[in-house]
Design a protein around this ligand. Structure first.
Ligand SMILES: Nc1ncnc2c1ncn2[C@@H]1O[C@H](COP(=O)(O)OP(=O)(O)OP(=O)(O)O)[C@@H](O)[C@H]1O
Ligand SMILES: [Mg+2]
Length: 234
């Protein structure tokens, strides 16, 4: 469904990712792992057309994304939940969610999707009218994921959803992502919590200094000595 082939991207003259090739099948959950600065967020930004590619090609459901402007990407059914819970603090929880369904294909079903999101995240339903900026960090993270779901995405890209969360909240977050995946949504998950990520996804890619240095099934990576030493503390 999604295919990156030989994608490179840079910020000005600073190269960030180099020759990255990744595929995600319909309804598949795939991990993108790697240390700080490895290029994980840049890869998601390249898919969302937020950073200009210097070479390579990205295709989604038969459409070439390489030349599309950023606003066209969500219209195709790709939701990107960026790093650091970027909710609109002065708007209510429900207003934040409604913004997530601004594209025509999602707007028509806004009511029904809202009920679905509230079903997955009952905490958000309890706090519909609360200003997003006054929600706790974990609640804001749920809201950010919920807003992504409001798009009715075929592919949900999550950039470090567990960052800064307490262990209990991390558990809840992973459980919810698992539920969303079981509903049939494909997931591209960026995580530093590698052991948790590998228990959720079917396959993963490991980025190092902007290059994919390894990829395989979750079991293959979890048993790989290099992965164990670098990311699993074994
Ligand atoms: N806006 C920017 N301007 C210039 N360089 C950037 C910018 N954003 C990222 N970079 C650089 O690109 C490289 C990849 O960054 P990226 O944010 O993709 O890493 P990451 O794997 O998401 O890291 P982290 O785990 O810390 O979020 C890094 O060297 C980073 O310094
Ligand atoms: Mg990042």
């Amino acid at each position: 469904m999604l295919e990156l082939s030989g994608v490179s991207a840079s910020y000005g003259s600073v190269p960030a990712i180099h020759d990255v090739s990744i595929t995600i099948g319909e309804g598949e959950a795939v991990g993108l792992l790697g240390a700080n600065g490895a290029g994980k967020s840049t890869t998601l930004r390249a898919i969302s057309s937020l950073v200009k590619m210097t070479s390579g090609r990205i295709r989604f459901a038969g459409v070439d994304l390489s030349t599309l402007p950023p606003h066209r990407i969500p219209e195709l059914g790709i939701a990107h939940v960026p790093e650091g819970r970027q909710v609109f603090p002065e708007m209510t929880v429900q207003e934040n969610l409604e913004i997530g369904s601004y594209v025509p294909r999602a707007k028509a079903e806004r009511r029904r999707t809202l009920e679905l999101v509230y079903g997955i995240f009952p905490r958000l339903a309890d706090r519909k009218k609360q200003l997003a900026g006054t929600m706790s960090g974990g609640e804001q993270q749920m809201l950010a994921v919920g807003r992504g779901l409001m798009l009715k995405p075929r592919l949900l890209m999550l950039d470090e959803p567990s960052l800064g969360l307490a262990p209990v909240m991390t558990d809840v977050t992973f459980e919810k992502i698992g539920e969303i995946h079981k509903m049939g949504t494909a997931i591209l998950l960026v995580e530093q919590n590698v052991s948790r990520a590998l228990s959720l996804v079917q396959r993963a890619y490991v980025l190092e200094s902007g290059n994919v240095i390894m990829h395989g099934t979750s079991a293959e990576l979890a048993n790989n000595k290099q992965v164990q030493a670098a990311y699993l503390g074994i």
